[in-house]
Design a protein around this ligand. Structure first.
Ligand code: SF4
Length: 311
Protein backbone atom coordinates (compact mmCIF):
# COMPACT_ATOMS: atom_id res chain seq x y z
CA UNK A 1 0.00 0.00 0.00
CA UNK A 2 1.14 3.54 -0.67
CA UNK A 3 1.17 5.54 2.58
CA UNK A 4 3.16 8.73 3.05
CA UNK A 5 4.08 9.91 6.55
CA UNK A 6 1.79 9.51 9.55
CA UNK A 7 -1.73 8.43 8.61
CA UNK A 8 -4.37 10.40 10.52
CA UNK A 9 -7.93 9.12 10.68
CA UNK A 10 -10.84 9.72 13.05
CA UNK A 11 -11.40 7.00 15.70
CA UNK A 12 -14.77 6.04 14.16
CA UNK A 13 -13.08 5.17 10.85
CA UNK A 14 -11.03 2.41 12.50
CA UNK A 15 -12.82 -0.34 10.54
CA UNK A 16 -12.72 1.47 7.21
CA UNK A 17 -10.46 0.62 4.32
CA UNK A 18 -7.77 3.35 4.39
CA UNK A 19 -6.83 4.51 0.93
CA UNK A 20 -4.27 7.22 0.19
CA UNK A 21 -5.65 9.50 -2.51
CA UNK A 22 -3.82 12.59 -1.27
CA UNK A 23 -0.96 13.26 1.14
CA UNK A 24 -0.55 16.44 3.16
CA UNK A 25 -2.77 19.50 3.15
CA UNK A 26 -3.53 22.09 0.45
CA UNK A 27 -3.78 24.83 3.08
CA UNK A 28 -0.81 24.04 5.29
CA UNK A 29 -0.99 27.40 7.10
CA UNK A 30 -2.75 26.85 10.44
CA UNK A 31 -0.41 28.21 13.09
CA UNK A 32 -0.99 25.42 15.61
CA UNK A 33 -0.67 22.53 13.14
CA UNK A 34 2.31 20.21 12.88
CA UNK A 35 0.35 17.16 11.67
CA UNK A 36 1.90 16.79 8.23
CA UNK A 37 5.38 18.09 8.99
CA UNK A 38 6.87 14.63 8.52
CA UNK A 39 6.36 14.64 4.75
CA UNK A 40 8.69 16.52 2.40
CA UNK A 41 6.03 18.47 0.47
CA UNK A 42 2.87 20.38 1.47
CA UNK A 43 0.39 18.40 -0.67
CA UNK A 44 0.35 15.63 -3.23
CA UNK A 45 -2.41 13.97 -5.18
CA UNK A 46 -1.93 10.22 -5.64
CA UNK A 47 -1.67 9.07 -9.26
CA UNK A 48 -4.68 6.97 -10.29
CA UNK A 49 -2.34 4.04 -10.97
CA UNK A 50 -1.16 4.02 -7.30
CA UNK A 51 -4.77 4.09 -6.09
CA UNK A 52 -5.63 1.20 -8.41
CA UNK A 53 -2.62 -0.85 -7.35
CA UNK A 54 -3.57 -0.36 -3.66
CA UNK A 55 -7.11 -1.49 -4.41
CA UNK A 56 -5.76 -4.52 -6.23
CA UNK A 57 -3.61 -5.35 -3.22
CA UNK A 58 -6.67 -5.15 -0.95
CA UNK A 59 -8.67 -7.27 -3.35
CA UNK A 60 -5.96 -9.94 -3.32
CA UNK A 61 -5.48 -9.86 0.45
CA UNK A 62 -9.14 -9.85 1.42
CA UNK A 63 -11.18 -11.20 -1.45
CA UNK A 64 -9.13 -13.61 -3.55
CA UNK A 65 -10.44 -17.23 -3.35
CA UNK A 66 -6.87 -18.45 -2.76
CA UNK A 67 -6.63 -16.22 0.33
CA UNK A 68 -9.81 -17.69 1.73
CA UNK A 69 -8.52 -21.24 1.10
CA UNK A 70 -5.13 -20.40 2.62
CA UNK A 71 -6.86 -18.99 5.72
CA UNK A 72 -8.90 -22.19 6.05
CA UNK A 73 -5.81 -24.41 5.73
CA UNK A 74 -3.76 -22.39 8.22
CA UNK A 75 -6.65 -21.93 10.67
CA UNK A 76 -6.69 -18.14 10.23
CA UNK A 77 -10.05 -16.40 10.68
CA UNK A 78 -11.79 -15.46 7.44
CA UNK A 79 -11.62 -11.70 6.88
CA UNK A 80 -14.86 -9.82 6.55
CA UNK A 81 -15.16 -7.44 3.63
CA UNK A 82 -14.79 -3.70 4.16
CA UNK A 83 -18.10 -1.82 4.26
CA UNK A 84 -16.62 1.64 4.08
CA UNK A 85 -13.54 3.36 2.69
CA UNK A 86 -11.79 6.35 4.26
CA UNK A 87 -9.64 8.45 1.93
CA UNK A 88 -6.50 9.63 3.68
CA UNK A 89 -4.78 13.02 3.62
CA UNK A 90 -5.77 16.27 5.37
CA UNK A 91 -8.42 17.25 2.83
CA UNK A 92 -9.12 14.84 -0.04
CA UNK A 93 -12.48 16.58 -0.51
CA UNK A 94 -10.50 19.35 -2.22
CA UNK A 95 -10.16 17.09 -5.28
CA UNK A 96 -12.29 17.93 -8.30
CA UNK A 97 -15.67 16.20 -8.09
CA UNK A 98 -14.90 14.35 -11.30
CA UNK A 99 -11.83 12.78 -9.69
CA UNK A 100 -13.70 11.93 -6.48
CA UNK A 101 -16.36 10.19 -8.58
CA UNK A 102 -13.69 8.31 -10.50
CA UNK A 103 -12.06 7.19 -7.24
CA UNK A 104 -15.44 6.02 -5.90
CA UNK A 105 -16.12 4.00 -9.07
CA UNK A 106 -12.65 2.43 -8.83
CA UNK A 107 -13.22 1.47 -5.17
CA UNK A 108 -16.55 -0.22 -5.93
CA UNK A 109 -15.03 -2.01 -8.91
CA UNK A 110 -12.23 -3.59 -6.87
CA UNK A 111 -13.83 -3.81 -3.42
CA UNK A 112 -17.56 -4.24 -4.04
CA UNK A 113 -18.43 -4.74 -0.35
CA UNK A 114 -17.67 -1.02 0.22
CA UNK A 115 -20.89 0.98 0.23
CA UNK A 116 -19.87 4.39 1.57
CA UNK A 117 -16.81 6.66 1.58
CA UNK A 118 -15.56 9.24 4.05
CA UNK A 119 -12.65 11.69 4.26
CA UNK A 120 -11.46 14.88 5.94
CA UNK A 121 -12.70 18.10 4.34
CA UNK A 122 -11.94 21.77 4.79
CA UNK A 123 -14.78 24.29 4.72
CA UNK A 124 -13.12 25.82 1.64
CA UNK A 125 -13.30 22.43 -0.16
CA UNK A 126 -17.09 22.40 0.19
CA UNK A 127 -17.33 25.99 -1.00
CA UNK A 128 -15.78 25.16 -4.38
CA UNK A 129 -18.41 22.51 -5.18
CA UNK A 130 -21.81 23.24 -6.72
CA UNK A 131 -25.09 21.91 -5.31
CA UNK A 132 -25.26 19.45 -8.23
CA UNK A 133 -21.75 18.20 -7.47
CA UNK A 134 -22.56 17.71 -3.79
CA UNK A 135 -25.65 15.69 -4.70
CA UNK A 136 -23.67 13.59 -7.20
CA UNK A 137 -21.00 12.91 -4.58
CA UNK A 138 -23.66 11.94 -2.06
CA UNK A 139 -25.18 9.55 -4.59
CA UNK A 140 -21.73 8.09 -5.24
CA UNK A 141 -21.40 7.17 -1.54
CA UNK A 142 -19.69 10.23 0.00
CA UNK A 143 -22.15 10.09 2.87
CA UNK A 144 -20.16 11.68 5.67
CA UNK A 145 -17.20 13.98 6.10
CA UNK A 146 -15.00 14.94 9.02
CA UNK A 147 -14.36 18.68 9.24
CA UNK A 148 -11.82 20.40 11.48
CA UNK A 149 -14.05 23.40 12.19
CA UNK A 150 -11.91 24.05 15.32
CA UNK A 151 -14.15 26.83 16.70
CA UNK A 152 -16.97 29.21 15.95
CA UNK A 153 -14.80 32.10 17.18
CA UNK A 154 -13.90 34.02 14.01
CA UNK A 155 -11.14 36.06 15.70
CA UNK A 156 -9.40 32.81 16.71
CA UNK A 157 -9.91 31.30 13.24
CA UNK A 158 -8.34 34.38 11.67
CA UNK A 159 -5.44 34.59 14.11
CA UNK A 160 -4.66 30.90 13.50
CA UNK A 161 -4.87 31.32 9.70
CA UNK A 162 -7.62 28.74 9.23
CA UNK A 163 -8.68 30.42 6.00
CA UNK A 164 -12.40 30.73 6.75
CA UNK A 165 -14.78 32.39 9.22
CA UNK A 166 -17.58 31.12 11.46
CA UNK A 167 -20.06 32.44 8.88
CA UNK A 168 -18.37 30.25 6.24
CA UNK A 169 -18.79 27.19 8.48
CA UNK A 170 -22.47 28.00 8.81
CA UNK A 171 -23.05 28.55 5.10
CA UNK A 172 -21.09 25.56 3.84
CA UNK A 173 -22.43 23.06 6.38
CA UNK A 174 -25.99 24.16 5.60
CA UNK A 175 -25.20 23.16 2.00
CA UNK A 176 -24.07 19.74 3.25
CA UNK A 177 -27.30 19.45 5.25
CA UNK A 178 -29.28 20.24 2.09
CA UNK A 179 -27.32 17.63 0.10
CA UNK A 180 -27.89 15.06 2.86
CA UNK A 181 -24.15 14.63 3.46
CA UNK A 182 -23.56 14.17 7.16
CA UNK A 183 -20.50 15.53 8.96
CA UNK A 184 -18.59 15.34 12.20
CA UNK A 185 -16.78 18.38 13.58
CA UNK A 186 -13.41 18.46 15.26
CA UNK A 187 -13.36 21.19 17.91
CA UNK A 188 -9.99 22.47 19.15
CA UNK A 189 -10.29 23.24 22.85
CA UNK A 190 -8.02 26.15 23.77
CA UNK A 191 -7.82 27.74 20.31
CA UNK A 192 -9.21 31.09 21.50
CA UNK A 193 -6.31 31.65 23.93
CA UNK A 194 -6.00 32.60 27.59
CA UNK A 195 -9.08 34.27 29.06
CA UNK A 196 -11.17 33.65 25.93
CA UNK A 197 -12.07 29.96 26.29
CA UNK A 198 -15.63 30.63 27.45
CA UNK A 199 -16.17 33.11 24.62
CA UNK A 200 -14.88 30.59 22.06
CA UNK A 201 -17.09 27.81 23.41
CA UNK A 202 -20.13 30.09 23.38
CA UNK A 203 -19.56 31.12 19.77
CA UNK A 204 -19.00 27.48 18.79
CA UNK A 205 -22.23 26.33 20.44
CA UNK A 206 -24.08 29.18 18.65
CA UNK A 207 -22.80 27.90 15.28
CA UNK A 208 -23.33 24.19 16.00
CA UNK A 209 -26.86 24.80 17.28
CA UNK A 210 -27.82 26.05 13.79
CA UNK A 211 -26.43 22.94 12.09
CA UNK A 212 -26.74 19.14 12.24
CA UNK A 213 -23.30 17.68 13.01
CA UNK A 214 -23.62 14.02 13.97
CA UNK A 215 -20.61 14.28 16.28
CA UNK A 216 -18.46 16.94 17.90
CA UNK A 217 -15.04 15.54 18.67
CA UNK A 218 -12.95 17.70 20.97
CA UNK A 219 -9.17 17.72 20.73
CA UNK A 220 -7.09 19.82 23.12
CA UNK A 221 -4.58 22.30 21.81
CA UNK A 222 -1.08 20.97 22.37
CA UNK A 223 1.65 23.34 21.22
CA UNK A 224 4.85 21.93 19.76
CA UNK A 225 8.05 23.99 19.31
CA UNK A 226 8.04 23.47 15.52
CA UNK A 227 4.68 25.24 15.17
CA UNK A 228 4.15 28.83 14.11
CA UNK A 229 1.98 29.26 17.21
CA UNK A 230 4.98 28.50 19.43
CA UNK A 231 6.84 31.36 17.73
CA UNK A 232 3.85 33.68 18.28
CA UNK A 233 3.97 32.83 21.99
CA UNK A 234 7.72 33.55 22.11
CA UNK A 235 7.04 36.92 20.44
CA UNK A 236 4.42 37.67 23.12
CA UNK A 237 1.54 37.76 20.62
CA UNK A 238 -0.55 34.95 22.11
CA UNK A 239 -1.03 33.23 25.45
CA UNK A 240 -2.10 29.64 26.01
CA UNK A 241 -5.11 28.85 28.22
CA UNK A 242 -4.37 27.10 31.46
CA UNK A 243 -5.41 23.43 31.37
CA UNK A 244 -8.27 24.09 33.77
CA UNK A 245 -9.58 26.85 31.52
CA UNK A 246 -9.69 24.34 28.64
CA UNK A 247 -11.92 22.07 30.71
CA UNK A 248 -14.10 25.03 31.76
CA UNK A 249 -14.39 25.84 28.06
CA UNK A 250 -15.68 22.31 27.40
CA UNK A 251 -18.18 22.71 30.23
CA UNK A 252 -19.59 25.82 28.55
CA UNK A 253 -19.70 24.15 25.14
CA UNK A 254 -21.59 21.13 26.44
CA UNK A 255 -23.96 23.27 28.56
CA UNK A 256 -24.86 25.48 25.60
CA UNK A 257 -25.30 22.81 22.92
CA UNK A 258 -29.02 22.29 22.41
CA UNK A 259 -28.97 19.91 19.44
CA UNK A 260 -28.94 16.13 19.52
CA UNK A 261 -25.29 15.25 18.89
CA UNK A 262 -22.63 12.78 19.98
CA UNK A 263 -19.85 14.37 22.01
CA UNK A 264 -16.41 12.76 22.18
CA UNK A 265 -13.05 13.73 23.61
CA UNK A 266 -11.15 10.58 22.80
CA UNK A 267 -7.84 11.43 21.11
CA UNK A 268 -4.42 11.48 22.81
CA UNK A 269 -4.64 15.25 23.38
CA UNK A 270 -7.40 14.66 25.96
CA UNK A 271 -5.91 13.52 29.28
CA UNK A 272 -9.20 11.89 30.27
CA UNK A 273 -11.29 10.34 27.48
CA UNK A 274 -15.00 11.19 27.46
CA UNK A 275 -17.92 10.15 25.32
CA UNK A 276 -21.67 10.73 25.49
CA UNK A 277 -24.85 11.52 23.59
CA UNK A 278 -26.43 14.94 24.01
CA UNK A 279 -28.79 15.85 25.46
CA UNK A 280 -29.23 12.66 27.53
CA UNK A 281 -25.61 12.45 28.80
CA UNK A 282 -25.21 16.19 29.42
CA UNK A 283 -25.21 15.97 33.24
CA UNK A 284 -22.85 12.99 33.25
CA UNK A 285 -20.35 14.78 31.00
CA UNK A 286 -20.57 17.98 33.05
CA UNK A 287 -19.98 16.06 36.27
CA UNK A 288 -16.91 14.37 34.73
CA UNK A 289 -15.53 17.76 33.72
CA UNK A 290 -16.19 19.21 37.18
CA UNK A 291 -14.38 16.25 38.71
CA UNK A 292 -11.38 16.79 36.41
CA UNK A 293 -11.23 20.50 37.33
CA UNK A 294 -11.63 20.11 41.08
CA UNK A 295 -10.02 16.73 41.79
CA UNK A 296 -7.25 16.44 39.23
CA UNK A 297 -6.36 20.08 38.79
CA UNK A 298 -3.91 22.22 36.83
CA UNK A 299 -0.63 20.65 37.88
CA UNK A 300 -1.40 17.07 36.86
CA UNK A 301 -3.20 18.11 33.69
CA UNK A 302 -0.26 20.29 32.66
CA UNK A 303 2.10 17.42 33.43
CA UNK A 304 0.13 15.25 31.00
CA UNK A 305 0.32 17.90 28.26
CA UNK A 306 4.04 18.52 28.77
CA UNK A 307 4.82 14.84 28.32
CA UNK A 308 2.61 14.35 25.27
CA UNK A 309 5.31 13.77 22.66
CA UNK A 310 2.99 13.03 19.76
CA UNK A 311 -0.71 13.54 19.08
S1 SF4 B 1 -6.22 22.54 7.44
FE1 SF4 B 1 -5.88 20.92 8.97
S2 SF4 B 1 -4.08 19.77 8.26
FE2 SF4 B 1 -4.17 21.70 7.08
S3 SF4 B 1 -2.80 23.07 8.19
FE3 SF4 B 1 -4.88 23.42 8.97
S4 SF4 B 1 -5.11 22.05 10.76
FE4 SF4 B 1 -3.30 21.36 9.57
Amino acid sequence: MHFTGTVWRPPYEADSLLLEVTAGCTHHKCKFCTLYDDIPFPFKMSPMQDITSDLLEIQTLYYHPMTSQANKLTGQPQREGFKRAFLTGANPFVLQSERLLKIAARIYEYVPTVKTIGCFARITDIKQKTEEELLALRDAGYTSLTIGMETGDTDALQFMNKGYTAQDILEQCKRLDAANISYAFFYLTGISGAGKGVFGATRTADICNQLHPKLIGANMLTIYPNSELYQEIQRGNWKEEREVEKYQELQVLIKRLNIPVQFAAMGASNAIPMYGSLPQDKEKLLMTLEHIITQIGEEQLREYRTHLRHL
